[in-house]
Design a protein around this ligand. Structure first.
Ligand code: ZN
Length: 335
């Protein structure tokens, strides 16, 4: 078994205005834009990947930002919070930093012995910072007005909201290698037994038996991805997932990783993504995210794609009419 199996690889969410999304994750949270590409299934839509300096699995938060996309609804069948790790001594910095940027901060802990603060991105996506002693052992990188000492060190984990925790727990434990959950204050915590232990190894389940189903849209997570060390491992895991009765996709080429997807019984879309080849496969590590990268099959359409994509520059958004129209088209595609 690989030491990296099971920890989180990435989380993907929908957003509205692309320039606002980039400004928030780059300037306010200090994440690095590590890949600037398009939705391969809809090349008129950006796919922006944020992460740590090295674009490490376990630090990658990706967005499909679509101007005018209506807000989704949080509910069961979704990852309802995404948490990042920061050194415990950094929480006072983050409270002040977020307040300075006009972001309302909520005290959400203590949780399993750790302080937690909660806040939302400009589209309403629920985010958390966890005071994580493991973060002290990871080198941070300075970005904008965030000193290296306080930088986000990748994910801590995610919270899933489902109607019946047991069935989702069974997938985590029996297929993805998580340890049995510990319960605290209505929250079940599962840890990736074969993850690095340092980052992105926590999945919490909050059970909401009467909860309304969530709806896709801006400010809502679309899926979460777990790490697989390589494609051979993924092939074996895919057979086990299918044998357990889940409908699982073939292995898909996502350019920066290979992927399989299946919907766990609680309704959350799960992906398993391979660590290789990684994000430095089509551009050098020091220049990640600087230019639009397209897979070979879209390269012939580069000119048209570049003209169609909304600007990522602040203050250069579409007019309201174009925005509304793009939003309703996008909502139909998403649905
Ligand atoms: Zn994904």
């Amino acid at each position: 078994m690989s030491e990296h199996f099971g920890a989180l690889h990435h989380v993907t969410a929908f957003a509205g205005e692309p320039a606002r999304n980039l400004a928030f994750y780059g300037d306010v949270l200090g994440l690095r834009l590590v890949k600037r590409t398009v939705n391969f299934d809809d090349p008129g839509t950006w796919h922006l990947y944020y992460g740590d300096e090295a674009a490490s699995p376990g630090s990658i938060l990706t967005f499909f930002p679509i101007p005018g996309l209506p807000r989704g609804g949080q509910g069961v069948g979704q990852a309802t919070a995404t948490a990042f790790s920061v050194p415990p001594a950094s929480l006072p910095f983050w409270r002040a930093h977020l307040a300075r940027h006009g972001v309302a901060v909520r005290e959400a802990g203590p949780r399993f012995g750790a302080e937690v603060i909660g806040f939302a991105d400009p589209d309403g996506l629920a985010l958390e910072l966890v005071a994580d002693p493991a973060a002290d052992a990871i080198q941070g990188a300075a970005r904008g007005d965030i000193p290296a000492a306080h930088a986000i060190r990748g994910f801590h984990g995610v919270t899933l909201r489902v109607r019946d925790a047991a069935r989702t727990a069974s997938v985590l434990v029996n297929l993805l290698g998580y340890a049995e959950g510990r319960e605290e204050a209505g929250r079940l915590r599962f840890a990736a037994t074969r993850g690095d232990g340092a980052i992105a190894s926590v999945v919490d389940i909050v059970e909401a038996p009467q909860g309304a189903r969530g709806e896709d849209g801006a400010g809502v997570a679309h899926h979460i991805a777990f790490r697989a060390p390589d494609v051979a491992f993924m092939e074996a895991l895919r057979r086990r997932i299918a044998a357990a009765g889940h409908r699982v996709t073939p292995i898909l080429d996502r350019q920066y990783f290979r992927s399989i997807y299946f919907r766990e019984p609680g309704g959350v879309l799960f992906e398993v993504a391979s660590d290789p080849p990684g994000f430095a496969t089509d551009e050098p590590a020091e220049a990640l995210g600087e230019r639009l990268m397209l897979p070979a099959w879209l390269e012939p359409q580069r000119g048209a794609i570049e003209r169609a994509l909304p600007s990522l520059e602040r203050g250069s958004a579409f007019g309201e009419v174009a925005r509304e129209r793009a939003g309703s088209d996008a909502a139909e595609r998403v649905a």
